[in-house]
Write a protein that binds this ligand. Sequence first.
Ligand code: ADP
Length: 542
Amino acid sequence: MMGQMMDQPLLVSSIIRHADRHFGDIEIVSRRVEGDIHRYTYAECHARARRMANALKAQGVQMGERVATLAWNGYRHLELYYAISGSGAVLHTVNPRLHPDQVAYIVNHAEDQLLFFDLSFLPLVTQIAPRCKTVRAFVLMCDRAAMPAQTGIANLLCYEDLIDANDDNYDWPEFDERSACSLCYTSGTTGDPKGVLYSHRSTLLHSYASALPDALGVSGRDAVLPVVPMFHVNAWGLPYSAPLVGAKLVFPGPAFDGRSLYELMEAEKVTFSAGVPTVWRSLLNHVNEHGLIFTSFERAIVGGAACPPAMIEAFRDRYKIEVVHAWGMTEMSPLGTTGTLQRRHFALSPEEQMAVLVKQGHAPFGVDMKVVDDAGEELPWDGKSPGRLLVKGPWVIDSYFKGEGGNVLEDGWFPTGDVATIDADGYMQITDRSKDVIKSGGEWIGSIDIENIAMAHPAVEQAACIGVFHPKWDERPLLVVVPRRDQQIDKVELLRFYEGKIAKWWTPDDVAVVDALPLGATGKVLKNEIRAQFRDYRLPTA
Ligand code: ADP
């Protein structure tokens, strides 16, 4: 017997329609590439998204065709999120921090039909345009007055001209909720980037789940500032989950430095924000150095890379801001786990709570996970048996775009490439990426633990731990650190700092001091580059 409820497909367009009808006057505030602050409402955003949908139709964009963006977090980008996906085409957010060759590769691989871009990326687009074979027109996201006179890009259109030339008389089409909605490529630290093709259904389910109180906990009481870029796994779904609940949206545009972020957060009374540890470090440094306080900021989501305990402490103890440690990946839309505390943790001491908060957390309904050994046997949830982490769920990848890499699942589970433990309460903790694991005498050493301890040292700004060759043990850990400004690193004293904090044989064999760590296109430390940099390095113990 079938249920007798309305059969409505889960479509992205329904989010912006809902936001317009129910939260039409809620603001969206953007720092623009042009430098000024722009503000309007969900109702206006919806109207302009419909105008843009008409413009796409006039440009001949068909259902399922890919339309690319090279853009910062801002209102025009948000309009494109809804105009492109809502009309049945596929929003392809390209990461502008990738090498130009990679950007051109991705645009060609996706067979993008139009390419929208912010003024900041004019030099990049000028460089790659002749190589983008499928792109029929390039659209500069600005008004007529800001259009450059000469660019050398054939078929260059102006965003506001397209908006002006079309009205908002547009009905969002209905189609199969399993249709493709957006496309995001992995950053390609290992091999060519691969496309992850989200569906309307996966995006809607992910939006519901990520807004839950024990997940990101986004609500209509929040003013949300996504620091995580809209080209990095759809800003972790916030352009969908914020309108879904009627939260105010605040976009930082191209300004991710501590000062710009702080000023925008204070001016717009931001309560909630999300980003990778590197951006939080620059915000915290700014606030610290100038003796500032936050007057509205309540909750920070830290994800994309392990959040050092010292950062959780700084937020929590000094600024009374709750930190939620989140883990996920492009292949998971991206939400996998969140480290919020549960009732059972309330009675614990602050130190015991910290031991829970540093973990990457528990899975929301919709994500299942397990850790397995090399033979694929599931390992116990005892918090100490590290294994390969596998996941499944309705917003987890089934296969890469165009079948790249073939069948990637193992018995219906997606292998994440991370090594982790899961404890009896279901809290997962990443010990390493499998390609970063240090193998000493046949045993694994988790580099994240070692880095977290170093970053709790007052003289250390950033730390990365890599395995380097050792004649007896195959590999031993080398700690690479960036000192805090005006601080000296005393190697012996820093290594003594590890005493009693981890197993003795996990302690690094040596410390190397560097000026900066190499960062990738999504703000993460590039361990393969550090390994290359220290390829000929000889440990004193070797
Ligand atoms: P990539 O870095 O390959 O472009 P993603 O942005 O999808 O891809 O990153 C996913 C990976 O980032 C995860 O597999 C994991 O290794 C790492 N990661 C994400 N969040 C965390 C976290 N909170 N702690 C540790 N590692 C994390």
